[in-house]
Write a protein that binds this ligand. Structure first.
Ligand code: NAD
Length: 476
């Protein structure tokens, strides 16, 4: 049993109702257990964050920047342990776990730089009317609750923690019950760096703990990353308090391939967009739109590529795709395979759970999927790609935009003018042109429509934790 909760600068045992088993998905076996935090412990964490706020928001931007750099360095110092834990608990292949770690390090380093630039943002505002002066102050929003999922545990929490601390907020973080050990590193680093007690609190638990935090009347803001179902409950709880939320939700993103593309190159981008993290990505490009002229050649090549992917335990050599991270996710994806059979979809690759220990499924391709199919419309969160054909640019744009989600999209074309035009027409938060899904801390993350509210990363990620104040003085 581990001691998982970091409240007011101390590690404490959980007093909640839920016993959480932490699993190794490649084996389907548990390797750790912990008790969830109780509602009373969530209260203690929020109260500690409230007590810590006045002093923390008075720290200089330079002091906060130095601490954020400390987080980046200490993540680096724990590199091997954190990579190993992600491989074991998430089932990520090594190179993916390494990229997640690098992303978290880059995020803390980036917000350290932005924190240092903060004083220059508090500036005089030129007024057209004489007799007055005005100045802007960017103040921290206050005490923020941060709730995150399991698919990129180090990363989704870094995208919230680093800008919140940079802005001068104090936080209560609730990691996912599927991956509750990885983010303990943030508490250990806070302790090691001497972050004042209460500035960063971590409470672990399932829905009950999450609901205790998201409905807490001591928060000034809630930032949530997760499913649309839970996101809507979190938004409702915040509506009761009339308090701001950031929501990073699901997706059903399109990859649009025009017939002037190199087939092999396009297949590489398509495969990466649906098999990275075994397809458990909010940004998975799970709807392939391929132009008529290239469709037959591309789908045949894609079938080959998906069938030859090495699926297995990430702790063994040469594995390209690991298992699904939880049994619940494995059952959910298997349910979509059953739906595909009921709907009579044409399967070119995969379409089944693997008959072995652990929560493995095969990379899957369905073709000529009707727009009414549940597999075309719903977020599956697994390595399941659905394909349709198109003839014209307008048709591609219309089909890509025909979704209740709007997170990301990819456009592949040798005609760069066309690619840019299509990118501009897509109703999403981020578009890649002729690229894998490279995410840079300087650019924003977040979606339109049902994919969420607000943006993370870049200066927008910092603004999410800032409140704008103006001070106007009459000179007469
Ligand atoms: P989830 O919604 O089930 O859980 C997310 C978090 O909410 C977990 O910490 C969970 O314990 C907590 N929670 C559960 N019930 C709650 C409640 N009633 N009140 C408050 N908190 C509660 O999502 P998941 O299965 O962990 O993650 C997968 C989802 O996350 C997918 O839909 C995916 O698209 C989305 N996601 C989005 C982004 C993005 O940036 N847009 C990034 C990663 C994942």
């Amino acid at each position: 049993m581990t001691t998982p909760h970091y409240i007011d600068g101390r590690w404490v045992e959980g007093q909640g109702h839920d016993c959480i088993s932490v699993h190794e998905p490649a084996l389907g076996l548990p390797f750790a257990e912990l008790m969830s935090a109780s509602s009373a412990q969530v209260d203690q964490a929020v109260a500690a964050a409230r007590r810590a706020l006045p002093a923390w928001k008075q720290t200089s931007a330079a002091e906060r920047a130095a601490l954020l750099r400390g987080f980046a360095e200490q993540l680096g110092a724990r590199r091997e342990d954190l990579i190993a834990l992600q491989m074991r608990n998430n089932g990520k292949p090594r190179h993916e776990a390494e990229i997640d770690l690098d992303d978290a390090v880059a995020t803390f380093a980036y917000y350290a730089d932005l924190a240092e630039q903060l004083p220059a943002k508090n500036r005089d505002v030129p007024l057209a009317v004489p007799g007055f002066t005005a100045r802007t102050r960017l103040e921290p929003v206050g005490v923020v609750g941060l709730i995150v999922p399991w698919n990129f545990p180090l990363v989704t929490s870094a995208w919230k923690l680093a800008p919140a601390l940079a802005a001068g907020c104090t936080v209560v973080l609730k990691p996912s019950e599927v991956t509750p050990l990885i983010e303990q590193a943030y508490g250990q680093i806070a302790e090691q760096l001497g972050l004042p007690a209460g500035v960063l609190n971590i409470v672990n638990g399932k829905a009950e703990t999450g609901a205790a935090l998201s409905g807490h009347n001591g928060l000034d803001k809630l930032s949530f990353t997760g499913s649309n179902g839970v996101g809507s409950q979190v938004m409702r709880a915040s509506a009761v308090q009339c308090r701001p939320v950031t929501l990073e939700l699901g997706g059903k993103s399109a990859i649009v391939v025009f017939d002037d593309c190199d087939v092999d190159q396009a297949v590489e981008w398509i495969v990466a967009g649906i098999t990275w993290n075994a397809g458990q990505m909010c940004s998975a490009t799970s709807r392939l739109l391929v132009q008529d002229g290239i469709a037959d050649a591309l789908l045949a090549r894609l079938q080959d590529a998906l069938e030859t992917i090495q699926v297995g335990n990430p702790l063994t050599e040469d594995v390209q795709m690991g298992p699904l991270t939880s049994q619940a996710q494995w059952l959910k994806v298997a349910g979509y395979f059953a739906t595909a059979r009921e709907e009579g979809l044409k399967c070119l690759a995969g379409g089944k759970a693997l008959d072995r220990d652990g929560w493995f499924v095969s990379p899957t391709l369905y073709v000529d999927v009707p727009q009414s199919s549940r597999l075309w419309v719903e977020e599956i969160f697994g390595p399941v790609l659905c394909a349709r054909r198109f003839s014209s640019e307008q048709q591609a744009i219309a089909q890509a935009n025909d979704s209740r989600f709007g997170l990301v999209a990819t456009v592949c074309s040798a005609d760069l003018e066309r690619a840019e035009r299509v990118a501009d027409a897509l109703e999403v938060g981020h578009v890649w042109i002729n690229s894998v899904q490279a995410v840079f801390v300087e650019t924003s993350w977040g979606g339109t429509k049902g994919s969420g509210i607000g943006r993370e990363l870049g200066p927008w990620g910092l603004s999410a934790y800032q409140s704008v104040k103006h001070v106007t003085r009459c000179l007469e």
